[in-house]
Design a protein around this ligand. Structure first.
Ligand SMILES: Cc1ncc(COP(=O)(O)O)c(C=O)c1O
Length: 360
């Protein structure tokens, strides 16, 4: 037998882990710096670590109370009803929930190029077809209403990323409003704010007050440092928020995830420190790296280095893992995650050596 026709499906290629690379290169993992997956430079919120330890004894139970408690807390934070918070297995899971709730087989979605690969993957899993809008490098990857609307052709879901991965560019709230206004009544505009905490601009929450066609996505993977537990959520308009109960997998956010999420929400110090260090690292990298960079509102910076694959390979041999952006369609660019001061300074100095050697 065979699976259904998966020829249009692509494989998600995650950034490689320190252990994997260290083993391959015969290096000591403790001597390596990984700035490739936009993870938190300080690791998880310490309060979340404590909560997971405390929850270990309860792992035999399904996550009911913890799920409800976390939803209530997030609803209060966003000033929405609990039904409007769609908790999920990472931000990726929230994308799946939205696709499952919205897409009939054969309907189209519109995704950014370059952009986060999982929008298209999720849509295809849900029998959708994928079209793209282009962020132009010549235009510094500007994200305006026109960037999207020029390529819009009645798609059911339009995905916006703000701050955008991998460029760091943002949409203004007005631009998102214009996109929602100019697209069809039955088009959902998903604003992926996975990196929202790192931005200095206001989030897009206000749009939910007067629109039923904008949903937001957030994750605990970045500013809260919980990528390993897989916890994210969508905040959706009240009108159709009850769809979650019909499409959600049972217990999609685990007991450990919910408990750690609750604790992380209570750890302002960890988030503030992470956001401040990211702001410092963005400035440092753009000032000190011997390559052009783009302004970023996320916890990463895109840089143009010529041959990204050669630079990434050479940096890796010297113990620094960054992201070669060839898979984003940018073979001349690398993306560097903001690290601690020490890791960022070390990475920039290694990258500068490598850029010089590769250019020569
Ligand atoms: C733009 C964007 N959205 C969503 C996600 C999903 O993150 P997670 O599933 O870890 O919450 C990522 C992960 O890197 C991302 O870069």
């Amino acid at each position: 037998m065979e699976p259904r026709d998966l020829s249009a499906h692509t494989v998600y290629r995650a950034g490689r882990g320190i252990e994997e690379v260290a083993r391959e290169l015969g290096l000591n993992p403790d001597d390596m710096v990984k700035l490739a997956s936009n993870e938190n430079m300080y690791g998880p919120s310490p309060k979340a670590v404590e909560a997971i330890r405390g929850a270990a004894e309860r792992m035999h139970s399904y996550p009911k109370a913890s799920h409800a408690d976390l939803v209530d807390e997030l609803a209060a934070l966003w000033d929405v009803t609990p039904e409007q918070v769609w908790l999920s297995n990472g931000g990726d899971g929230a994308l799946d929930c939205l696709a499952r709730a919205m897409l009939d087989p054969g309907q189209d979605v519109l995704v950014p190029s370059p952009g986060f690969a999982y929008y298209a993957m999720s849509a295809r899993y849900h029998h959708g077809e994928v079209n793209e809008y282009t962020l132009s490098k010549a235009d510094d990857f500007a994200q305006t209403a026109d960037t999207v609307l020029k390529d819009y052709d009645g798609e059911r879901i339009v995905y916006l990323t703000s701050p955008h991965n991998p460029t760091g560019a943002e949409f203004t709230t007005d631009a998102v409003r214009t996109i929602a206004e100019e697209t069809d009544e039955q088009t959902l505009v998903v604003v992926d704010e996975a990196y929202g905490e790192f931005s200095e601009r206001p989030g897009k929450r206000s749009l939910l007050d007067d629109r039923d066609d904008v949903a937001l996505l957030r994750t605990f993977s970045k500013a809260y440092g919980l990528a390993g537990v897989r916890l994210g959520y969508a905040v959706v308009p009240e009108d159709w928020a009850d769809a979650y109960a019909r499409i959600n997998t049972p217990f999609s956010a685990s007991e450990l995830a919910c408990r750690s999420g609750l604790a992380a929400l209570d750890d302002d110090e960890h988030v503030e420190r992470s956001v401040e260090t990211a702001a410092w690292a963005r400035e440092y990298i753009s000032a000190e790296l011997d390559a052009p960079t783009w302004d970023s509102a996320g916890n990463f910076i895109l840089a143009e280095v010529g041959d990204a694959s050669a630079v990434a390979d050479a940096a890796q041999e010297r113990g620094v893992i960054i992201r070669d952006c060839s898979s984003f369609g940018l073979p001349e660019c690398i993306r560097i995650t903001c690290g601690t001061r020490e890791d960022t300074e070390h990475a920039v100095s290694v990258l500068n050596e490598v850029i010089e050697v590769v250019e020569a």
